[in-house]
Design a protein around this ligand. Structure first.
Ligand SMILES: O=C(O)CCC(=O)C(=O)O
Ligand SMILES: [Fe+2]
Length: 271
C-alpha cells in the first residue's frame, strides 16, 4: 500500500515537473491566471500587440521543448519527404488572389515553401499538445480580447501546420484575412537577413526587420492591418522552420476547399 502511494506520488510529481518545463513559466506564468505576474504580462503583451501589431515573446519554449519539437519535425522530414507539399503561389498583396487581370503585372509576387499539414503531424506529438493546451488558448484570448472564446480549428490540414523555408523559398508581401496569427518560431536560417520576418508600420512608412527573432519565441501578429513577408532563404543551409497555430472564435472553424487546394495542394486527409 505504502509502495503504491509512493509510486502514485512519483507519477504525479513527474507529470507536474514535466508540464512545468514545457514553457518558461518564470517569464510566462500561464499556469497561474489569477496571479499579479500573469495580469502584468497580459497588460504588457496587449499593449505591444495593439500599438505595433506584433507581439514577440522571446524564449517562450524551453530548450528541451524546442529540441523535442525539432526532433519530431526532423523525423517527418526524413521518413516521409515525398508526401509533403511544396507550395508555390503567385499572388497580389492578397494571398488568395491570383487573378492578375486587374492588377499591374509588377504587383504580382510569388511565394514558395514546404508545408507539413496538420494530418501529417502525429497525434501524440508535443507540438499538437501545445496547440490544444487550454492555458495557451486562454493566454491568447486574454491578449487579443476581440472574442470571448477562442477554439482550436477543426480543419484537418490547416489547424496547425509547419512552414519550412528551404533555399529559394520566401513569402512575399501580403496581408492576411484573419485579425491575428500565432506563430511559433522553431528554427531560424543561419544567415542573417535570410528567412527574416518583416512588416510595414502604419501608413507603410517604415519596414521593421525582426533580426532579433529567435527559435523558441512565440509571435502574435495582426496580419490583417500590417503588410508582412518572410525574406528569401538564399544561401542558408539551415531552413527557417515555424509552426502556425490557428485559433478561431467559431468552434467549427474549417478552411474552404478553395483555400485548402491553393495552400495545401489538396482538400482531403492523406492516409
Ligand atoms: O511563416 C511566417 O512566419 C509567416 C506566415 C504568414 O504570414 C502567413 O501564413 O500568412
Ligand atoms: Fe501572413
Amino acid at each position: 500500500m505504502l509502495l503504491r502511494i509512493f509510486s502514485t506520488f512519483q507519477i504525479v510529481k513527474s507529470t507536474f515537473r514535466r508540464t512545468h518545463t514545457l514553457i518558461n513559466y518564470k517569464t510566462y506564468p500561464l499556469h497561474d491566471r489569477e496571479s499579479n505576474a500573469y495580469n502584468q504580462l497580459i497588460l504588457n503583451s496587449r499593449q505591444e500587440f495593439l500599438s505595433t501589431g506584433c507581439l514577440y515573446l522571446p524564449h517562450f519554449l524551453t530548450n528541451e521543448t524546442l529540441s523535442t519539437i525539432l526532433n519530431e519535425i526532423n523525423s517527418i522530414l526524413i521518413n516521409s519527404p515525398q508526401t509533403l507539399y511544396n507550395s508555390y503561389v503567385e499572388h497580389t498583396d492578397n494571398l488568395y488572389n491570383t487573378s492578375n487581370s486587374e492588377k499591374n503585372l509588377n504587383e504580382i509576387e510569388s511565394s514558395g515553401k514546404t508545408i507539413i499539414a496538420f494530418d501529417q503531424i502525429p497525434n501524440e506529438s508535443l507540438l499538437r499538445k501545445i496547440y490544444s493546451w487550454n492555458s495557451l488558448i486562454d493566454f491568447i484570448t486574454d491578449i487579443i480580447q476581440i472574442y470571448p472564446h477562442l477554439y482550436p480549428s477543426c480543419d484537418e490540414l490547416g489547424a496547425l501546420y509547419i512552414n519550412i523555408y528551404n533555399q529559394s523559398n520566401k513569402l512575399s508581401w501580403h496581408t492576411d484575412h484573419s485579425h491575428f496569427f500565432v506563430n511559433l518560431l522553431l528554427q531560424q536560417a543561419s544567415i542573417s537577413n535570410e528567412g527574416m520576418f518583416e512588416y510595414k508600420t502604419k501608413n507603410n512608412q517604415e519596414i521593421i526587420s525582426r533580426k532579433d527573432f529567435q527559435a523558441g519565441g512565440l509571435v502574435l501578429f495582426n496580419g490583417r492591418i500590417y503588410p508582412h513577408r518572410v525574406t528569401e532563404v538564399r544561401l542558408s543551409k539551415l531552413p527557417r522552420i515555424n509552426a502556425i497555430l490557428t485559433y478561431d472564435c467559431n468552434p467549427d472553424h474549417r478552411l474552404t476547399n478553395y483555400v485548402l487546394q491553393k495552400f495545401f495542394g489538396r482538400t482531403v486527409q492523406k492516409h
